[in-house]
Design a protein around this ligand. Structure first.
Ligand code: ZN
Length: 372
């Protein structure tokens, strides 16, 4: 027995580091075909020193003379605008070196490659991914329209109780959903306009919060959980998990400072990139697929008059998710899979809020019939 255990220990001792190194190797091959190119790296390195790429120079890059240290968390950096300047400098350098490299690659007959996990997009007025920005803004508008018409339906069109409250028992839950959606699409607009560490964290944190909350809402609505105690019992563990997950995504990096050894630092960056991104992806996919399945099954068994709208959203949502998996380089330098994914959710959002309004009307009239 003991030798078997020892055997496992030996296997673990060798396999885990091997796995880490291998997965880092795969990750670096996968995520950075463009930015691992030595010519690109030399260009960025040169640019961050001189502030110029070829004939083009950037005013943001004149911060090194101030002697501001770049170590430590962002909130320790005083003043903050210098940090922004630095982000702008890095962003300008990366962008212009990428454009230069892509032109060279095109002249040599090579196709586009990804840089820092993203396709080479053409900027419009300094906006990094114009198509994704436009579609995110339209999603934001669609959610605002949906939520507003839901609000008007509840309080101005449907009958109210004596205490001025509506008959629909899921109203508050949908209001919170509306707010979280508006918040999430707002940060999506910001992130696709300017991709820096802070905007990226705000974007995916709000997306995870929305996804987690809508899972809770899915369970509460489809299982018809009406009393307060059961609602708390269902949502508490999920809320705790989602909160922990968001904190983990955002503050895991703070452990960096402790590891002064260079190789340890490298290992952590690497583990973080592969495990954290992979883990977040798994969490998001599981939460999304679970709610699509629950709504799909519910649409199949319920007698709800608007169940066809659920079918459309579930099928459309499932197909749209494939776009996130099937990745392709941007058409004409603007339209990539991610942007098209954001575009498909615009009509789906319209149908979705229309289902929510129908549900409020259906439930309210049913309850009203019972009370009479
Ligand atoms: Zn996006």
């Amino acid at each position: 027995m003991k030798s078997l255990q020892e055997g496992f220990m030996v296997v673990h001792r060798y396999w885990i580091p091997l796995f880490v190194v291998l997965s880092c190797f795969v990750a670096s091959l996968d995520a950075s075909a463009g930015d691992s190119d030595p010519l690109y790296r030399a260009c960025v390195g040169q640019c961050e020193k001189t502030g110029c790429v070829g004939q083009r120079c950037f005013p943001h890059c004149k911060f090194s003379s101030d002697g501001v240290s770049v170590d430590g968390p962002w909130y320790m950096q005083e003043p903050l605008y210098l940090r922004w300047k630095q982000w702008d400098c890095q962003s300008d350098c990366r962008y212009n070196c990428m454009v230069e490299r892509e032109n060279q690659r095109e002249a040599a007959g090579d196709g586009p490659v990804k840089y820092h996990g993203k396709w080479p997009f053409e900027r419009v007025y300094g906006i990094q991914e114009p198509a994704s920005v436009v579609f995110s803004a339209l999603n934001l508008a669609m959610h605002f329209h949906g939520w507003l018409s839901f609000f008007i339906l509840l309080y101005y069109k449907l009958p109210l109780k004596q205490d001025k409250k509506g008959y629909y028992e899921f109203a508050t839950l949908w209001h919170i959903y509306g707010l979280l959606s508006l918040n999430s699409w707002f940060w999506s607009v910001v992130f696709h306009s300017r991709d820096v560490d802070l905007t990226e964290k705000l974007d995916y944190s709000s997306a995870v919060a929305l996804l987690g909350y809508s899972l809770i809402l899915t369970i509460l609505r489809s299982f018809n959980v009406r009393d307060e105690a059961s609602r708390v019992m269902v949502s508490a563990p999920l809320l705790a998990f989602v909160t922990t997950h968001i904190l983990y995504l955002n503050f895991y990096k703070l452990d960096y400072g402790i590891n002064s050894l260079l190789y340890l630092h490298f290992l952590i960056v690497c583990v973080e990139d592969t495990v954290l991104v992979g883990w977040n992806m798994k969490v998001c996919v599981v939460m999304a697929v679970t709610q699509l399945l629950i709504w799909g099954i519910w649409a199949g068994v319920t007698q709800h008059p608007s169940r066809w709208k659920l079918w459309v959203v579930v099928f459309g949502g499932g197909l749209a998710m494939l776009l996130e998996i099937y990745d392709f380089s941007p058409i004409y330098g603007y339209l990539d899979a991610h942007a098209i994914w954001h575009a498909t959710t615009i009509p789906l959002t319209y149908i979705w809020w229309s289902f929510i309004r129908d549900d409020a009307e259906f439930e309210a009239t049913n309850l009203l019939k019972k009370t009479k």
